[in-house]
Design a protein around this ligand. Structure first.
Ligand code: F6P
Length: 323
């Protein structure tokens, strides 16, 4: 009887539960015993590991968050922490691990696989900043959450002739901001990959009013050098000269908490099943993701070594369409 454990790690993402369900049931279908680890790598180190049956993962596919809990674990970054985790797995006769998470989580998965333990990663983060996959579980729902807010802000902005700044998450990556800005019809988008100065943003917003719009929206990525705090400071200092008010909405963790949409449920389901297939074939040390519309695997060594590029043509398109 093969024993396989799974965990979710780092920031939770809508669709993680669909991946958990898919991994557990795909494993059970092969006659394997499936073990859930509580709270990511922290639970692996402390031995918070329990057998999961098919019914234990029922009724979760539509829920946001992760039924296993998640954590950011500094201890696992040390060799000592990883050895403690391996001991817990060995004690239970568990021979493989599936790690559902983003960059930090897959770095941990890679470290464990370098120590000779079979690990398969499943790409999941609202940031979509992970190499080896075009899209990650959670990002589509997070964009939808941002879009709902942008649409609502446009309504109130139009009533008051006010400019609004919406700050979205994404860590050092501008993907979430760029896609939300593009799909939300923003007048200006500020991302870490291409810095703009606040004066240019102010011109974009003024341009929106000048062209007859009743609202002006700028979407700013939290990781941009000129993030919400810097922009607000600039607009406050130059309020008289600029001639309009700027109100700020930071979406923050609201973007992570949504119920997963269809696409994130499907990604979780497909990636989870593929992770079990790879383990059954004896393939490990890889990340399961989506490459050019196909579920594909990429060595974890490559995934953690590369920074995912952002398609800046989209930023140019957003500029053209904002006119
Ligand atoms: O990686 C997902 C993410 O939500 C980032 O967008 C954000 O910068 C970070 O996690 C926030 O982390 P925490 O939930 O630990 O505050």
């Amino acid at each position: 009887m093969r024993r396989v454990a799974l965990l979710t790690s780092g920031g939770d993402a809508p669709g993680m539960n669909a991946a958990i369900r898919s991994i557990v049931r795909s494993g059970i279908a092969r006659g394997w015993e499936m073990y859930g680890v509580r709270n990511g790598y922290a639970g692996l180190i402390s031995g918070s590991i329990a057998l999961l049956g098919a019914r234990d993962v029922g009724g979760i596919i539509q829920r946001g968050g992760t039924m296993l809990g998640s954590a950011r674990c500094r201890e696992f970054e040390t060799e000592e922490g990883r050895r403690a985790a391996l001991k817990q797995l060995g004690r239970r006769g568990i021979g493989a691990l599936v790690v559902i998470g983003g960059n930090g989580s897959q770095t941990g998965a890679h470290a464990l696989s370098l120590m000779g333990f079979p690990v398969v990663g499943v790409a999941s983060t609202i940031d979509n900043d992970l190499s080896g996959t075009d899209v990650t579980i959670g990002v589509t729902t997070a964009i939808d959450v941002a879009l709902e807010s942008i649409d609502r802000l446009k309504v109130t902005a139009a009533s008051h002739q006010r400019a609004f700044l919406v700050e979205v998450m994404g860590r050092k990556c501008g993907y979430l901001a760029l896609m939300a800005g593009l799909a939300g019809g923003a007048d200006s988008i500020v991302i870490p990959e291409q810095e703009v100065d606040p004066e240019t943003v102010a011109e974009d917003l003024r341009g929106a009013y000048a062209s007859g719009k009743a609202h002006a929206i700028v979407v700013v990525a939290e990781g941009a050098g000129n993030n919400a705090e810097r922009m607000v400071e600039f607009f406050q200092q130059n309020h008289e000269r600029l001639g309009f008010d700027l109100r700020v909405t930071k979406l923050g963790h609201i973007q992570r908490g949504g119920a997963p949409g269809a696409y994130d449920r499907l990604l979780g389901t497909l990636f989870g099943a593929a992770a079990i297939e790879r383990l059954a074939e004896g393939v490990n040390g890889v990340l399961v993701g989506m490459v050019k519309g196909e579920v594909a695997t990429t060595p974890l060594a490559e995934v953690v070594a590369c920074r995912k590029p952002l398609d800046l043509k989209m930023l140019e398109l957003a500029r053209v369409l904002a006119k």
